[in-house]
Design a protein around this ligand. Sequence first.
Ligand SMILES: Cc1ncc(COP(=O)(O)O)c(C=O)c1O
Length: 396
Amino acid sequence: MYGFRGLAIPGPTNMPFQIRQAMDVPLEDHRAPDFPDFTLPLLNDLKKIFKTQTGQVLIFPGTGTGGWESAISNTLSPNDKVLASVFGQFSHLWVDLCQKFGLDVDVVDTEWGKGVPLDKYEQRLSADTNHQIKAVLVCQNETATGVTSDVAGVRQILDALDHPALLFVDGVSSIGSIDFRMEEWGVDVAVSGSQKGFMMPTGLAIVGVSKKAIEATLTSTLPKCFFDYRDMIKANVDGYFPYTPATTLLRGLRASIDMLLEEGLSNVFTRHNYLAEGVRKAGSAWGLANCAQGPEWHSDTVTAIVVPQEFDANDVIKAGYHKYGLSLGAGLSKVAGKVFRIGHLGWLNELMVIQALGGAELAMHNVGIPFEPGVGVGAAVRHFSEIHEIQVIAAE
Ligand SMILES: Cc1ncc(COP(=O)(O)O)c(C=O)c1O
């Protein structure tokens, strides 16, 4: 194949040249006397991305799944009750992990296309007068369906009921791309990974932990070793790690944080919304439904587009991949064959979005899905031009 392949999946995302270059360094001594000069500011600056002042952010070799596991194994004990909701493959997998760890999970099954049901959380938590629920799980951005949930809303419920449960948030496909406020929302464990909003290769679980979560490690009896927060925190105090850290990835993470802070988090979020809106406009112009069932659920990092019933979304994905060199995200589990996903997060601009939309049009046209070629791309072009005009006028 000639030319670049397109990567329009919701992670791993496109990697900026600055990050690649930052990682093109000789391997280094992770016990060197001056290693903390690099790691201490890195750990400190991560707090700005998570927006926590009193908590801290820990970096483990791993992935988002490791981050999920760390939240559970560090703070809870066998048979502890947790409240969770399932509305997509990732919210499902976190519940599955909890069950494998022997937790008693109260699962609120929710329609795929909607997010955390605040009313049902409210009911469950207000009925729990003797505080049996030890942790509440929220998947902030369900990557399988392109649905964003209201984390602040869950915090309000807990506060209004004076319920002491820990609040755990899966921010794997949201942190660093859409608004996330660990301190303000009283999040006790916030889980992320390196390969999405951080624009890096896969390989790091990046986990924000509150003081309350750290205190919970004192009473938690689930087995913990590799992801033990206490070992990590003890070593991190001096800028070191309890085992060999992924030094090359840490160099990339430094460049990633610098890019995010230089753009400014609010600008990062605005850019994601602006690009996402272009994708949503394209979907409507194609006459295809968004899997997210309403604007309140729309994700600014990924959109799952529902193909007409008589078509198989996997055929669109295969055509995109084999004929045009474009990777679109597959539908997972319940929505397999029904949706294809366009990831629109990380290092991304209008041209890259238009490339993905153009590729989706080529692939859909190829498999015979009826639409007027160009309408989706055209809708995005109009959106980007109009908003660009507004931004230029506002800046003047
Ligand atoms: C929302 C969400 N949570 C968790 C995960 C699991 O992360 P990982 O694949 O890095 O283990 C993913 C992966 O895509 C995800 O999108």
